[in-house]
Design a protein around this ligand. Sequence first.
Ligand code: AMP
Length: 398
Amino acid sequence: MKILVVNAGSSSIKFTLFETKGEVLLAKGLIERINTPSTVMHFSTHKGQKFDQDISANSYEAAISQACLALMDKNTGVIGNLSEIEAIGHRVVHGGAAMTAASKLTKAVKQVILDCFALAPLHNPPNYEGIEACESLFPNVPMVAVFDTAFHQTMPPASYTYAIPLDVAQKNQIRRYGFHGTSHNYVAIKAASVLKRRMEDLKLITVHLGNGCSITAINHGRVEDTSMGMTPLEGLVMGTRCGDIDPAVIFVLRRLGYTLDDVDKMLNKASGLLGLAGIGSNDMRDLIKAVDEGNPRAKLALDVFVLRIVKYIGAYAAELNGFDALIFTAGIGENVPRIRSQVCEKLEFLGVKLDAARNKAREMIISCDDTSPVVMVVPTNEELMIARETECVLSSQS
Ligand code: AMP
């Protein structure tokens, strides 16, 4: 079955075409700066063809039409015509408390996505626009929404409840939802398969360290707790987001004259590694270079980043009453052995013992033989997970 996966962001669209038999990625692309004079498409196929092209796309529909042309192009394309696309899976960031799993897109599901605009104002509106564009271009193709929040809906109330007055919280849907669920779910499934264990028999801690960072405790296949909260601002230190801070810092900043809008921008866009290191970059590669050059602020940023991860792992080890595997994923988690070793060094009291050579070589299992918990590096693949879920939802309904 050929499935197109669409991830529509605020000014860009990522698309990936899979053949689900054998899980072959046929082609993928990114269209950036939609609705500007400098819209560009980056496209590549499994046969090794690749191009970057300036295009004109003043709407999501126009952008997806251009993606379709690339997919069908007689030189670089991978399909003869659009009718070969049998289903479309959409990444949707927020499904609120209502969406506990991926769902076929119906009027009711679309309404839930609309209802969650206030909960994810930067993400759900473009996700929705991507869905409507595809509905217009592919009127007869079944579509599925795969929610970042859905995997976390198995969390127990004690994990998702904030200790503010319960009536205020319940009336206003103020609670932990968690994000990156598709990634945490994917790497957990992959880890279980590599370990040749059933998910129902495992206690896992998955650490997604990318530009956004989050960590999840998975107890026999169910989420026990996760670090991102009502919004993706809570939890670990991230590229530009602060993660956990005392909420009263916001009152202090207000009294100092910052507007709420200023504070919102500061905590989401100017904090984290960017704000701490002050090197004008939130890219981990730049940060590590600055640390190696002896920049003390960069070192502090890295230390704060690592310590927060260690704190969460300690907390989740307690919540899970021990764990079988610790799994690193995403840009930093997959590519920076030094962060993994700095984190694991502090976890030796839990039995964690890294094999330095394996860690450097980025093997899938990087802990020493016969030690527990096992430490792993599992590359994430959210697009493939969305394709799998799309196929699963549609086949269960046919
Ligand atoms: P993601 O959001 O998963 O794409 O991850 C982005 C983060 O991963 C950025 O901080 C990058 O600097 C970091 N990253 C990606 N590749 C590497 C690498 N090879 N070495 C160090 N950091 C990397």
